[in-house]
Design a binder for this molecule. Structure first.
Ligand SMILES: *[C@@H]1O[C@H](CO)[C@@H](O)[C@H](O)[C@H]1NC(C)=O
Ligand SMILES: *[C@@H]1O[C@H](CO)[C@@H](O)[C@H](O)[C@H]1NC(C)=O
Ligand SMILES: *[C@@H]1O[C@H](CO)[C@@H](O)[C@H](O)[C@H]1NC(C)=O
Length: 226
């Protein structure tokens, strides 16, 4: 009995400080509240992560939309400007042209046509000195455009090291087969190419011909379109 009593007292004494919160009902209430808070916190963290994710995707989407829109606008401005240039006749380009005076605006490029008798190398230098290059002709569209602009023989930026080497544009790319068909015969030592009558032909680099140069066009002057 003594022992039991002593045990009981001891037990009560040690439990006493915890009694207020150690009440089984109160403690389970705390537990529930803590659990609820934990769940809320986790929920909020997940929510924030999801929100961040949504906001990032949203931003990416908006960015892509913006780029798409400005691309479309640029194309539209280019088309309208080039139509205006066509209408304004051959003599003088419309004010909207992003090209220098006397340079022609077509596609994404400005084209300069020059009547100097120069070798291929001299022509290449002539263009370089004007921050331009000899032409890289990559589509039937450009061939047609050139035919509409000039009936003269003019150098283009296509050459090869020697009769056995591959033909290359100035940027090192190889012309596509359907664009340029040179018959293998009779072109020995003809390592430079010119444009004439809608086609590209090989000839001797030391020959003297007229030339044309190409420059990347900037944005058309949109304020001149209004
Ligand atoms: C280029 O050569 C042609 C024929 O040889 C000649 O008639 C013409 O005057 C020359 N042009 C220039 C700018 O030297
Ligand atoms: C032709 O040019 C290629 C590439 O530049 C070179 O490897 C080859 O030796 C040249 N051949 C001749 C006959 O000069
Ligand atoms: C090139 O010329 C030779 C002789 O003139 C001829 O036998 C050969 O068939 C020709 N090759 C091509 C691809 O025209």
């Amino acid at each position: 009995m003594q022992d039991e009593d002593g045990y009981v007292t001891l037990n009560i004494k040690t439990e006493k400080p915890a009694l207020t919160s150690g009440d089984p009902a109160a403690s389970s209430l705390w537990r529930v509240m803590a659990l609820t808070l934990l769940v809320l916190c986790v929920g909020m963290v997940l929510g924030l992560v999801a929100l961040g994710f949504v906001s990032v995707t949203q931003q990416n989407y908006l960015q892509a939309e913006k780029e798409h829109l400005s691309g479309t606008l640029k194309q539209l401005a280019r088309k309208v400007c080039q139509d205006l240039i066509k209408q304004s006749g051959q003599k003088e380009s419309h004010q909207c042209s992003p090209c220098d005076t006397k340079w022609r605006y077509h596609g994404d490029s400005c084209y300069g046509f020059f009547r100097h008798n120069l070798t291929w190398e001299e022509s290449k230098k002539y263009c370089t000195d004007m921050s331009a290059t000899l032409l890289k002709v990559t589509s039937q569209n450009i061939l047609q455009y050139l035919s509409s602009r000039t009936g003269l023989i003019r150098w283009v930026g296509l050459s090869r090291q020697n009769s056995t080497a591959a033909w290359m544009w100035e940027d090192g790319s190889v012309p596509s087969k359907d664009m340029i068909k040179f018959s293998g015969n009779g072109t020995e030592n003809m390592n430079c190419a010119y444009f004439h009558n809608g086609k590209i032909h090989p000839t001797f680099c030391e020959n003297k011909h007229h030339l044309m140069c190409e420059r990347k066009a900037g944005m058309p002057k949109v304020d001149q379109l209004l």
